[in-house]
Design a protein around this ligand. Structure first.
Ligand code: ACO
Length: 320
């Protein structure tokens, strides 16, 4: 039986950290105390003008390839999860492929907003298990600062830019132990950027809109259910989990999810305080950090969880 295994991770954050007080200095009607109390966010990073999602993805991908001991020519599959692509088309995956110098790998984007990375790894795993592909790059990369309405203090303080990447290869041992993906499009209006390019202009809104309380309640519910069903599928108990790495939207969502699962907060990797919500990049950024600082080690059981616009959600259980 062929499995998929993560061999290496990498990440990239643009520019310098931007503090809550920096946002106040830029004229946003908010405060450090409000943002920390409601979200746990202290800093986020913003891409420079002209920097694109592919520009953040490439250094993250190179770091993941180096950590995996793989050459760019070894890749036969490139999946990029993003809601802030470089262009309408072609896919950011094709642009990343060209910038990395790979020719011939299958390359496509996944649009599942903040669940995109979990969707991407799950898809890559199916390719590996089928035997059709042997070495995949999956990147989550976002420049959400481009779609924020800076007049809307309820959303603009929450998000940041960044990229995280993993290299997966087929293996005789797992790897990915179980996965779980879901969506419910009837909730599409609680978190959306409901615009489109039409006849040379934007029709609808080019800005992110959110019903924060609806997102909060739904996120906690589906993350708890998805974690449990993924663990059940692999025959693992919650107390056998070494690390939970959920989408980093808000510290209170993370705390509520941990409580629902009966997992101490010490077993969660949390980066939201320093990165803000980086959408599809948040899970691979946190995974890379926790591997590089030695928390996540070989043999550990790690549950990755995504949740976001769509509404979409999902989990992947890994043995590292
Ligand atoms: N600074 C200061 N005051 C603010 C700010 C701000 N940035 N934003 C809102 N307020 C004020 C509001 O105007 C309101 O004032 P009022 O009482 O005088 O009317 C007050 O704070 C409370 O506003 P609410 O919207 O009710 O605030 P709430 O407690 O719901 O917190 C938040 C908002 C943090 C967004 C919360 O709903 C939440 O955590 N939602 C989860 C959604 C989330 O994190 N989404 C991230 C993206 S989704 C994803 O990634 C899955």
């Amino acid at each position: 039986m062929t499995f998929a295994r993560i061999l290496g991770t990498g990440s990239h954050l643009p520019g310098n950290p931007v503090s809550n007080d920096d946002l106040v200095a830029r004229g946003i009607d908010t405060s450090d105390a409000w943002i920390i109390e409601r979200t746990g966010i202290r800093f986020r990073h913003f891409a420079a003008a002209g920097e694109q999602a592919s520009d953040l993805a490439v250094p993250a991908a190179r770091a993941a390839l180096a950590a995996a001991g793989k050459h760019v020519d070894d890749l036969d599959l490139i999946i990029v999860a993003t809601s802030t692509p470089d262009w309408v088309f072609p896919s950011t995956a094709c642009i990343v492929q060209d910038k990395l110098g790979n020719r011939g790998a299958a390359a496509f984007d996944v649009q599942a907003v903040c669940s995109g990375f979990v969707y991407g790894v799950t898809i890559a795993e199916k390719f590996m298990r089928s035997g059709s592909h042997r070495c995949a790059l999956v990147v989550g990369t976002e420049i959400f600062s481009r779609i924020l309405d800076w007049q809307d203090r309820t959303t603009c303080v929450l998000f940041g830019d960044g990229a995280g990447a993993v290299v997966l290869a087929s293996s005789d041992a797992p790897g990915v132990l179980a996965s779980d993906l879901h969506a419910d499009g009837s909730y599409r209006h609680i978190l959306s950027t409901p615009g489109q390019i039409c006849g040379g202009s934007v029709v609808g809104s080019p800005y992110l809109q959110m019903d924060g309380q609806a997102v909060f309640k739904l996120a906690v519910k589906v993350l708890g259910e998805s974690a449990q069903s993924t663990l059940d599928r692999a025959g693992l108990r919650v107390d056998e989990l070494d690390w939970l790495i959920p989408h980093q939207a808000n510290i209170r969502i993370l705390q509520a999810t941990a409580k629902r699962l009966g997992l101490p907060m010490e077993r969660l990797v949390t980066t939201v305080g320093h990165h803000g919500n980086t959408s599809a990049a948040s899970v691979p950024l946190a995974l890379d950090l926790a591997i590089r600082d030695g928390r996540v080690r070989s043999g550990h059981h790690v549950l990755l969880q995504g949740v976001g616009g769509g509404f979409t959600w999902g989990s992947i259980l890994l043995r590292m």
